[in-house]
Design a protein around this ligand. Structure first.
Ligand SMILES: O=P(O)(O)OC[C@H]1O[C@@H](O)[C@@H](O)[C@@H](O)[C@@H]1O
Length: 358
């Protein structure tokens, strides 16, 4: 029987504080910010948390028919053709599965930069870098002007940045950036190599290449000191500096460089709409679409995807199998499911995260 696979919460320890909204979504009795500000949805990637290597974190678990939990990654391997499908005549692999997270920040995150795919392959011997995208879902009321930092608006020279990193001159580093205002519904793509930091009070869906590689060049935030091995991906500072894209993104080019504008792919008389938020013209790393459902919405898709219900509720039907969908729920739809139908009387919005065109 073909069906979608739903995921339960999969909170992951990080170096910063947040997660109160995720606690609320999980209906915990005392929602609070903690060191578990992220929920990795259907993750096939293990988190790299220095000092916590004895704990397996990141990998999503799903129940099997006999009730025993199994890593979602292992379930996929049992029938890769059905779950992941093909791209042209090439079978898709686990490296093609985007990593999708809820991220809920209570504080500004430390400055970081992620490697591109080319850098990861050529310099680190790893299959994927970490180009990432943000779909802003909510911002906290108490934060009046939510923002992110991205790209150097005023790039330092490599030598200058090296010195500021070594002396941890954060005010000079911060002066290289302007705040980019964000609001719910905004979509950003941050290519590997571009330095960035997320501001406080943002709940987002984050979609990225499947890796946990980061150059963390601000070593202390809110009392937590990032251990040395976790700063430069276990490499030296020169390798870390090689990750950076120093080309300027002046204020007037910020939107063109990072902001993505949804394109309507199709719409019908009932008001169902399918939009592409990030597509092949933006990146080959992943594709993001948004289905806005009003009534019955029949869909046909060849590729697998992660679905995240960001607004409203309804159902998803595959043949005779009907699954309820509530706000904030997340699921995986195998490539072997070619046709399905959403239905909602009150309205439902679903973000669909697909592999890219590798
Ligand atoms: O791994 P740490 O340093 O806690 O990073 C925290 C987070 O930073 C963000 O900018 C993204 O890159 C997230 O995917 C990452 O999990």
């Amino acid at each position: 029987m073909k069906h979608i696979i739903k995921f339960t919460a999969n909170r992951v320890w990080r170096t910063y504080q947040g997660g109160k909204l995720l606690d609320t979504i999980e209906k915990k009795s005392n929602p609070e910010d903690s060191s578990f500000p992220e929920d990795w949805i259907g993750s096939t990637v293990e988190a790299r948390n220095v000092g916590r290597e004895h704990i397996s974190e990141g990998l999503a678990m799903v129940p099997t028919e006999d009730g025993q939990p199994v890593a979602f990654r292992d379930l996929l391997k049992q029938n890769q053709g059905y779950f992941l499908g093909q791209e042209g005549d090439k079978a898709r692999t686990l490296d093609d599965i985007p990593l999708v997270k809820y991220l809920d920040s209570a504080t500004r995150l430390h400055f970081q930069a992620h490697p591109t795919r080319e850098f990861a392959q050529q310099r680190l011997g790893l299959p994927r870098g970490k180009t990432e995208a943000y779909v802003i879902l909510e911002t906290r009321e108490e934060v009046s002007e939510p923002y992110i930092y991205a790209g150097f608006q005023r790039p330092p020279s490599r030598e200058q940045l090296k010195e500021w990193i070594e002396t941890q001159d954060i005010s000079s580093i911060e002066a290289c950036f302007d705040r980019i205002a964000v609001k719910p519904g905004d979509v950003f793509l941050i290519p590997g190599g571009r330095p960035h930091a997320l501001g406080e009070g943002i709940l987002m869906l984050e979609i990225m290449e499947p890796s946990d590689l980061a150059v963390r060049f601000e070593f202390e935030r809110c009392g937590y000191v990032i251990p040395e091995q976790a700063r430069f991906m276990n490499q030296g500072i020169e390798t870390a500096l090689d990750v950076f894209d120093f080309s300027p993104v002046p204020p007037e080019q910020v939107d063109a460089e990072f902001r993505c504008h949804p394109k309507v792919l199709n719409t019908d008389a009932q008001g169902n709409t399918l939009e592409e938020l990030i597509g092949a013209q933006d990146t080959s790393c992943f594709t993001i679409r948004r289905a806005s459902v009003s009534g019955k919405f029949s869909r046909e898709e060849e590729a697998f995807f992660f679905g995240v219900v960001t607004q409203g509720s309804g159902t998803l039907r595959i043949g005779d199998e009907v699954t309820e969908l509530k706000q904030w729920e997340r699921f995986f739809c195998p490539a072997g499911v070619r046709e399905f139908e959403y239905e909602s009387t009150s309205g439902m919005s679903i973000l669909e995260c697909y592999p890219g065109n590798t």
